[in-house]
Write a protein that binds this ligand. Structure first.
Ligand SMILES: *Cc1c(COP(=O)(O)O)cnc(C)c1O
Length: 337
């Protein structure tokens, strides 16, 4: 293990590691063989497509250390496939999913000293696909870079599952119908900073975005997907302008196939969510975050007395135990590096 890091002090701040992966190609491809190089700054043209017109995507996944000291990944192929969907949407050359998984594994192996000990966090992997070739008019870039860097991060909860509260914002939208909300497009994120900061100043953990057409239905919780339990059914917003989370998909399958719950993917109005018995949000970084309360236009609603609900708890246990190979992985989701 690396002596460079105090594992108990890990947060979600950026910490550099030793190596990164880089690959490049021309507009029509094909991608090169790719290489692992020392982590560091890269050279880029000021006229790069990604800098001027935002032709870029990112991904996020984690490598974890199990009790048996194996290093594992959770559904990396799904991240590779989502990156392909995004590349097609933004006219970038898709990076093959099998090569994506192989590159991820190489980055983890080369930085294995930075995978925190069991229970102390994870090695967060950040794949990026950018139009790096110079262009002037709005058009696809002339060449592309695919890069993966890694960063050790602490556990989201140092003291177990902790419910948080969010503010629903009717004043800003994250994504529009038929837009790019369904891909991990880099331009989707800084537009939410202002409203997120405002919510945090008022004591919330962040904000929940509503749909841009009717300003009525819950879309997402910043960078995680929304779930709630109403009349014993697990509800989650349907796909469309939301980001199709790998965690979201895993939760839907676990709830249906392991817990026998009815799961409904549909429009969830704020009114309906306010009647929920429990709520949570999901994503790679936060895994599952219980939502103890929401604020909407002056009204505070509390769920399950601001305690972790039974469904949330069951799903959390199933998911995290599968991820750490502590129970059977019937879906074949976990890959040993
Ligand atoms: C990445 C992301 C998620 C979560 O996706 P996972 O694959 O579960 O990590 C949810 N919403 C948004 C907007 C995201 O960017």
């Amino acid at each position: 293990m690396s002596a460079k890091i105090d594992w108990d002090k890990l947060s979600f701040a950026f910490t550099p590691t030793d190596f990164m992966y880089i690959n490049t190609c021309e507009a029509e491809g094909p991608w090169g063989t790719g290489e692992i190089i020392p982590f560091g700054d890269i050279k880029i043209s000021p006229a790069a497509g990604v800098l001027n017109y935002g032709q870029g995507l990112f991904e996020g996944l984690k490598a974890l250390r199990t009790k048996e000291n194996e290093i594992v990944l959770f559904r990396p192929q799904a991240n590779g496939e989502r990156l392909i969907d995004g590349a097609k949407r933004l006219l970038m050359p898709p990076f093959p999913a099998e090569k994506f998984v192989e590159a991820i594994k190489n980055v983890v192996k080369k930085n294995h000293d930075y995978v925190p000990p069991y229970g102390k966090g994870s090695l967060y992997l950040r794949p990026c696909l950018w139009g790096t070739g110079p262009i002037l008019g709005v058009a696809p870039a002339t060449s592309y870079t695919f890069l993966i860097f890694a960063c050790p991060v602490g556990p989201y909860y140092k003291s177990g599952l902790q419910p948080v509260k969010f503010k629903i914002t009717p004043d800003f939208h994250r994504a529009a119908p038929h837009g790019v909300g369904h891909v991990k497009f880099i331009g989707n994120y800084s537009g939410g900073l202002q409203v997120s900061r405002a919510a945090k100043k008022e004591g919330y953990s962040g904000c929940i975005f509503l749909d841009a057409r009717e300003d009525k239905y819950i879309e997402e919780v910043e960078t995680s997907n929304f779930f709630c339990v109403v009349d014993g059914k697990l509800l989650t917003p349907q796909l469309g302008s939301i980001l199709p989370g790998v965690t979201r998909d895993s939760i839907i399958r676990l709830a249906r196939e392991k817990l026998g719950l009815e799961v409904v993917e549909k429009n969830i109005s704020v009114l309906e969510a306010q009647k929920a018995s429990e709520c949570f949000c999901s994503g790679t970084a936060a895994v599952i975050t219980p939502i103890g309360g929401i604020h909407y236009q002056g009204k505070e609603t509390t769920f399950n007395n601001f305690e972790v609900g039974p469904v949330t708890n069951k799903i959390y246990n199933l998911l995290t135990k599968i991820q750490l190979k502590e129970i059977d992985d019937d879906f074949g989701w976990v890959e040993v590096v």
